[in-house]
Design a protein around this ligand. Structure first.
Ligand code: AMP
Length: 122
């Protein structure tokens, strides 16, 4: 899948549309999800143009991957959810229901998040 530079997170990265920014460094931008599923629901996007977790894992440089995941740790610390606990999640593809085709990780916290996955059926 080729990268669509008109996706909503690309527009946020170019400051063409606003976001509720919580963190930014050379590797990542983080902002509050517009439809939060928990008291803390932050989206972390890499600065580079990667469609998905598969694209990022295969094609990002070691520095980009390290910088991105260090940013996630820093954002969790800044959000004061390390002691209480949190969940990180990336949706990929059809079965994962990825909606926005710029790789992103969700950080959820601020309440008991329950079991990991509720299955309709195995
Ligand atoms: P995913 O299914 O992992 O692609 O989830 C995309 C997420 O992006 C959803 O949780 C949306 O609520 C969120 N989202 C979509 N547009 C925006 C926006 N403009 N600002 C913040 N979050 C957004």
């Amino acid at each position: 899948m080729t990268y669509d530079p008109e996706n909503v997170f690309a527009k946020i990265l170019r400051s063409e549309i606003p976001c509720d920014r919580v963190y930014e460094d050379d590797w990542a931008l983080a902002f509050k999800d517009i439809n939060p599923q928990a008291p803390v629901h932050i989206l972390v996007v890499p600065k580079g143009e990667y469609v998905s977790s598969d694209d990022f894992a295969a094609n990002a440089s070691d520095a980009e991957i390290a910088g991105f995941f260090r940013a996630i740790g820093e954002i969790a610390r800044l959000s004061d959810i390390v002691n209480s606990g949190y969940r990180i999640l990336a949706n990929h593809g059809r079965d994962g229901h990825q909606e926005v085709p710029h790789f992103h990780i969700h950080i959820f916290g601020g309440r008991d998040l329950g079991g990991m996955i509720k299955r309709a059926s195995t």
